[in-house]
Ligand binder design. Structure first.
Ligand code: PRP
Ligand code: URA
Length: 209
């Protein structure tokens, strides 16, 4: 199975062009990241297991399909991952949400964990880790390490923009994790920012710069 997916859907690419644009306001940036999160989520959840249920329509009894068993939980990597969760929840409103808090040291680019809270039955659910940016890959790897340590087995990772360096590192450290990307960019600059990228995702979502 191919483990790295780059979405070339026209709607996703259209919205991504506004997300990248430095003139886009925080309000629009938040709305667009959620919209792309939802569009990506639709594809990413394509393999959720179904079970047959009997339903009585106003006309007759019939057999339908519903999502089976324990379903998914989303894990935004704080802060910026929060910017895509609403969109995903609009697809699956009953999904649980765990959180992993990490910040990347601007000098060393090493991620530091400051918060983890997951659903109690996280080991029985499929997990979708959400972060707009996959740059060096350090944050995604650290978040997935943390999830695996707590028993999470089935993990997917989704981001808006990735650098090839980060994709390669994440593939090497966690070959079992499928990666979903809206835009695969050129490279990282000397400060560990994705080029052309979108700048600092957290600052743009929360207007902190
Ligand atoms: C950003 C981004 C990722 C990380 C990616 O978060 O949201 O989590 O950097 O970089 P990496 O792949 O090199 O680890 P940041 O640490 O800036 O924190 P924030 O979300 O709180 O702004
Ligand atoms: N984090 C961001 O927010 N943007 C980048 O380009 C790299 C890491």
């Amino acid at each position: 199975m191919e483990k790295v997916h780059v979405f070339n859907h026209p709607l996703i690419q259209h919205k991504l062009s506004f997300i990248r644009d430095k003139k886009t306001s925080s309000k629009d940036f938040r709305q667009l990241t959620n919209e792309v999160g939802m569009l990506m989520g639709y594809e990413i959840t394509r393999d959720l297991p179904l079970e047959e249920v009997e339903v009585e329509t106003p006309v007759e009894k019939t057999t339908c399909k519903r999502l089976a068993g324990k379903k998914v939980f989303f894990v935004p990597i704080l802060r910026a991952g929060l910017g895509m969760v609403e969109g995903l929840l609009s697809l699956i409103p009953s999904a649980r949400v765990g959180h992993v808090g990490l910040y990347r040291d601007p000098e060393t680019l090493i991620p530091h964990e400051y918060f983890v809270k997951l659903p109690k039955d996280c080991d029985k659910r499929q997990c979708i880790v959400v972060d707009p940016m996959l740059a060096t890959g350090g944050s995604a790897i650290a978040a997935i390490n943390s999830l695996k340590l707590r028993g999470v087995k089935e993990i997917k990772f989704m981001c808006l923009i990735a650098a090839p360096e980060g994709v390669e590192k994440l593939r090497k450290e966690h070959p079992d994790v499928e990666i979903f990307i809206a835009g695969l960019d050129s490279h990282l600059n000397d400060h560990g920012y994705i080029v052309p990228g979108l700048g600092d995702a957290g600052d743009r979502i929360f207007g902190t710069k």
